[in-house]
Write a protein that binds this ligand. Structure first.
Ligand SMILES: Nc1ncnc2c1ncn2[C@@H]1O[C@H](COP(=O)(O)OP(=O)(O)OP(=O)(O)O)[C@@H](O)[C@H]1O
Ligand SMILES: [Mg+2]
Length: 323
């Protein structure tokens, strides 16, 4: 499969009067056409900032991409003009946001909102756009789409708004969809249905997908690859199979025990990862996970581990050989 996205040593920071938040601190990963990648980690580890950096949507000030490269179809997105980026956003790369109520315009009908990116990027008329919006709403399993395109966002339920966002994302036939926690506000069954739907649609259209989530359990069966993030870095990455069946970083192991899995026995006890993630404006030296790690040694306190190969494309950043 041809390569679609290649991120190298991405560094994004936020500048306050007396501190620098290293939100993304040297992140590298690849994604091939049609693949699904899960970006997983606790709140504040830099998942959304990674996504916003790819779309060049980091608010400046206070934020800035201070280093790295983001190749999309071979072009470095950090080197092209603002006009060129605008042409890619919502067109070749679509984003489905965390909270659809804040990203949908309350005063425009769903149909018009689905039509708009197609009018802007593909130059089609509103009339054609509405026809396609109707088809897309049908694709995301919304009943009576010919009627529903005339509804306003508040007339849709939370799950339906998510579906409308997905329809909007698909409008221009993107090469890549970035779905930032598309499902947290919804119950587990609806989450599973939505992921199933997205997975089927990406298969049908050959679209690559980056799924951003806290829940390592839920993405298991949808992702081809998984990147586990901690404190602005990727601490383990591999195929979904490697991450679920052979996790090697103590944080990944902790995360797997802390999240409900779809097919898990309801009686299985969930154990949260103890402690709190560090403040990204003062990450201590050594391994950022050190204070929370059951396996930590003196070396972990002093030296920051880098990603090393476990086998094939499976990599972990940890000094300890945990199995
Ligand atoms: N606009 C901003 N101004 C200042 N700091 C920011 C801004 N956006 C993000 N940050 C900081 O960057 C870090 C990473 O945030 P990010 O939103 O990427 O986390 P996340 O992994 O997406 O978390 P969540 O799961 O809660 O969405 C956090 O420390 C956050 O406070
Ligand atoms: Mg986020």
């Amino acid at each position: 499969m041809p390569q679609l996205l290649k991120v190298r040593n991405l560094q994004t920071q936020f500048f306050a009067r007396d501190s620098i938040v290293k939100a993304v601190d040297g992140v590298s990963f690849d994604l091939n056409e049609g693949e699904t990648l899960a970006l997983v980690g606790e709140s504040g580890c830099g998942k959304s900032v990674t996504a916003m950096s790819i779309l060049r949507l980091i608010p400046n000030p206070p934020g800035k991409i201070v280093g790295g490269e983001i190749f999309f179809q071979g072009r470095d997105l950090l080197k092209i003009s603002e006009d060129e980026v605008r042409d890619i956003r919502g067109n070749d790369i679509a984003m489905v946001f965390q909270e659809p109520m804040t990203s949908l315009n309350p005063s425009l009908t769903i149909g018009r909102q689905i039509s708009e990116p197609m009018e802007v990027h593909k130059g089609i008329t509103l009339k054609k756009g509405l026809l396609r919006a109707k088809d897309l709403l049908g694709k995301v399993n919304i009943a009576a789409p010919e009627r529903r395109i005339h509804d306003y966002p508040h007339q849709f339920s939370g799950g339906m708004r998510q579906r409308a966002m997905i329809a909007m994302g698909l409008g221009c036939n993107p090469k890549l969809i970035i779905a930032d926690e598309p499902t947290t506000a919804l119950d587990v069954t609806v989450q599973a249905q939505l992921l199933e739907l997205m997975k089927n649609l990406t298969r049908e259209y050959g679209t690559a997908l980056i799924l951003i989530t806290h829940n390592l359990g839920v993405v298991a069966r949808y992702a081809d690859r998984v990147n586990v993030m901690y404190a602005g870095r990727i601490v383990e990455k591999g195929t979904a199979h490697e991450i679920y069946d052979d996790p090697r970083h103590p944080y990944t192991i902790g995360l797997l025990k802390s999240v409900p899995q779809l097919d898990q026995d309801v009686k299985t006890r969930l154990v949260p990862v103890r402690g709190q993630p560090p403040d990204l404006s003062k990450v201590p030296e050594g391994c950022a996970f050190y204070p929370r790690c059951d396996f930590a040694t003196e070396r972990c306190r002093k030296e920051s581990p880098v990603l090393e190969t476990v086998s094939g494309n499976h990599e972990k950043a940890c000094w300890i050989d945990v199995k």
